[in-house]
Write a protein that binds this ligand. Structure first.
Ligand SMILES: [Zn+2]
Length: 143
């Protein structure tokens, strides 16, 4: 599976969603755009991921998300960009594929943050908020 075969992108990238006062798109509005992509909506947390997320709690998972995103997509030119995010091993990894925060190509395409420069702290916070909104949604609909 590569990141290129995401036919929903063109359509789903259309009009921008709701903006928050900080200038970033409302995470729920981002999730709404992502839900129209067949490729992105294929990703779901497995039972073990959900149990892990619940046992650690929101704060810890959010901290992991921040560390994983910063380490894997934060740099101007991340190592192995496009292939750096595993398909399993941590709920945040699955969430990254589901929310197009898996690599800088997907971040540029879906979140309109250009490649080739470091992500700012605010941008990382925003992407973490999207990842956490997705994880919470998964936990809510799949008890
Ligand atoms: Zn990607």
């Amino acid at each position: 599976m590569t990141h290129g075969d995401d036919p929903g992108d063109v359509q789903a990238c259309g009009p921008e969603g709701r903006r928050l006062p900080d200038g970033f798109e409302d995470p729920l509005s981002v999730l709404d755009r992502l839900s129209r992509s067949t490729f992105r909506s294929r990703f779901h947390l497995r039972e073990g991921d959900r149990a892990y997320a619940r046992s650690k709690g929101r704060e810890t998972i959010a901290r992991h998300a921040r560390e994983l995103l910063e380490g894997r997509i934060g740099a101007a030119h991340p190592r192995n960009d496009g292939r750096q995010t595993p398909m399993r091993g941590h709920p945040v990894f699955i969430a990254q594929h589901a929310t197009a925060t898996c690599c800088r190509g997907c971040v540029a395409k879906w979140h309109h943050i250009p490649r080739g420069r470091e992500l700012s702290g605010q941008e990382l916070d925003h992407l973490v908020a999207v990842v956490m909104a997705w994880i919470e949604q998964e936990l809510a609909v799949r008890p």
